[in-house]
Ligand binder design. Sequence first.
Ligand SMILES: *Cc1c(COP(=O)(O)O)cnc(C)c1O
Length: 190
Amino acid sequence: MNDEFESSLYSRGQNPTLTILRKKLAALDGAEDALLFSSGISAISVPILSLLKSGDHIIAVDNLYSWTIKLFKDFLPKFGITTTFIDGTVFENFGQAATPQTRLIYLESPNTFCYELQDIRKVTDFAKSRGIITMIDNSYCSPLYQQPISMGVDLVAQSATKYIGGHSDVVAGVLTGSKAVLKKSLITSS
Ligand SMILES: *Cc1c(COP(=O)(O)O)cnc(C)c1O
């Protein structure tokens, strides 16, 4: 990755301790790189705000983590970004909800409250055929039980407040993916 992520010029953004943590968390996910955030919901919100623009459309599965629902239902519409919620257990629903404006498919498998599953591989194949970015909240499984990168997901978010921290003493979020998609998720909106 280029300078913004690698130089330790200003320790608030990057420092040797963080570099090691990023490498270890990327390795756990089988990803090229990882970014750390001040909470799980930040690791979810920042890439979406950075990658999407007014007029874009999201397909998200039902019964997401509560603040992710709030982001999609209450905050993003104010910026002209709309979301269609679907029952993600039925693969055909993704195709039916897709429009030419669909820029992101957002998964949470298993999801927070009901543990519903999505066929991740099928969804990423479909998304790639349409040029749609895929993102998943992997907090529930953690990288120990599920590595969505290996199933073709572009961006994997997880709340490090949960299993990574493990002791109720840390609030943090992790975002993993390719170096290119992470760069776009934090810096540019192209
Ligand atoms: C807790 C949680 C989050 C948010 O994480 P915070 O670190 O509390 O911001 C996101 N997704 C899921 C599934 C969670 O359980």
